[in-house]
Design a protein around this ligand. Structure first.
Ligand code: AMP
Ligand code: MG
Length: 418
């Protein structure tokens, strides 16, 4: 791809008349608006781990590329008989990387090692454990099928076969497959540059002196690391105070250095909600009132052609909304698939009476019995609960009475790529 596609602002528009948008509907809308914005480049296989494939990859070579032995043993031309067989050995052997280049005569056998090329004249291998070695001849029992202990050429992959699809995030095992298939370079997407901006007059940065009325900025370290874990390029946009002009300038800077921007704080409709105010003033605000707890409105808009994803300021809500909404959206922008996390259905180790109206996510973890515990407090300012947890429990939009032992949907953090 030579040109970066543009996203238009109306991509974030929600249908008219919707007040509280269910999570699934918000996700569908986001999905409909997400387009790849990254360009591609060619990298060596050793450099490509964690990148997203920009093209389907086909095998340049079969795996295995030659018929070879699955065992250490002896190769020969089989005759399926009922009797014991005694075969003299040829002088020489076939080892991995050191093939035997002559033909093994009928009625003779050859020493052969795992991974070695099958020499001409051999169609069967008997494993060494099943053989009695008697000077320069071997003796073994009946019943060996022709072709035993031989890996056929191309039994795993044939040359020209599709092996990995565009959009695939290259895993360690994929690099092994690429190498086996003779692929040394791949076309991959350049990393998505994700800007992270915190807002709020109360924030100080780690390492700075904080006054009693100030708090440390938790969201920026958290989200920068999250983005890094997702294989994207974090762009630290620092922190903007609650000032319309400062936020405006910060967004201008953001749009120059990032492909997409995650902001936290100031996303509601209050006096000091300067992210939504700046987007509104520029005529690009879409305020999504998503029926979710924890979480408040998401402020979405295009700033100079760059999507701005305004997350709630509260760190618990910021992380939850980043995992649920930002992750699949950013994945598509990066050139990957829309990601839908898969829950585990596990027994609850808690009880709860949940009212209808919005979906809830509780900080949760597995106990030794394989049941799901939830954090003792749902207070959304309790950041420590995020670290206590190893995932989130999802309680559906409608009312739900959960008793101990009831099945609940548990998403380990790993389901969100962390
Ligand atoms: P806001 O969305 O700006 O109204 O912020 C909601 C709550 O989250 C307030 O209590 C803020 O102080 C807090 N908050 C906002 N940004 C951060 C941040 N980066 N780190 C920690 N807390 C934050
Ligand atoms: Mg604020």
């Amino acid at each position: 791809m030579s040109e970066t596609p543009k996203l238009s602002n109306d991509c974030f528009a929600l249908p008219e008349g919707v007040s509280w948008t269910p999570v699934d509907e918000a996700l569908e809308n986001l999905r409909g608006s997400a387009r790849q914005v990254t360009q591609s480049e060619t990298l060596g296989v050793l450099q490509a781990g964690g990148r997203i494939l920009a093209e389907n990859v086909t095998a340049r070579r079969a795996n295995p590329p030659y018929e070879n032995s699955a065992m250490d043993g002896y190769g020969f031309a089989n005759i399926e008989t009922d009797g014991e067989r005694v075969l003299p050995l040829v002088d020489g052997r076939s080892a991995a990387g050191a093939p035997y280049l002559e033909t093994v005569p009928a009625g003779m056998a050859i020493r052969i090692l795992t991974g070695a090329k099958i020499p001409a004249g051999v169609d069967t291998v008997v494993m060494q454990e099943d053989v009695a070695l008697d000077g320069d001849r071997i003796r073994f029992g009946a019943g060996l099928k022709t072709g035993a202990n031989i890996r056929p050429l191309g039994e795993d992959v044939t040359a020209g076969q599709d092996i990995l699809p565009a959009g695939r995030v290259l895993q360690p095992q994929d690099l092994g497959l690429l190498a086996a298939a003779g692929v040394d370079r791949v076309r991959v997407c350049k990393p998505l540059r994700v800007g992270v901006l915190s807002t709020g007059d109360e924030l100080r940065q780690v390492g700075e002196q904080a006054e009693p009325h100030q708090i440390y900025d938790s969201n920026r370290p958290m989200l920068l690391e999250l983005v890094r874990r997702w294989g994207m390029e974090p762009v630290d946009l620092g922190h903007a105070g609650d000032d319309a002009e400062v936020v405006h300038d910060a967004l201008d800077r953001a749009a120059e250095t990032a492909d997409v921007v995650l902001t936290t704080g100031g996303a509601s409709a209050g006096d000091e909600d300067h992210i939504s105010a700046a987007l509104r003033k520029a005529g690009v605000l879409n305020l999504w009132r998503v029926a979710i707890k924890p979480g408040r409105p998401l402020a979405l808009g295009m700033w100079n052609g760059v999507p701005v994803f305004g997350l709630p300021g509260n760190p618990v809500a910021a992380l939850t909304c980043a995992l649920l909404f930002a992750r699949p959206y950013l994945s598509v922008l990066a050139g990957g698939a829309w990601l839908t996390p898969r829950p585990l259905i596990l027994p609850a180790a808690f009880s709860k009476n949940k009212k209808a109206g919005r979906r809830e996510y509780l900080r949760a973890r597995l106990n030794d019995a394989g049941s799901v515990e939830v954090y003792h407090s749902e207070g959304s300012g309790r950041i420590s609960g995020l670290s206590w947890a190893d995932g989130l429990v999802e309680l559906e939009d409608g009312a739900r009475q959960v008793s101990e032992g009831d099945p609940v949907r548990f998403y380990p953090y790993s389901a969100f790529g962390i």
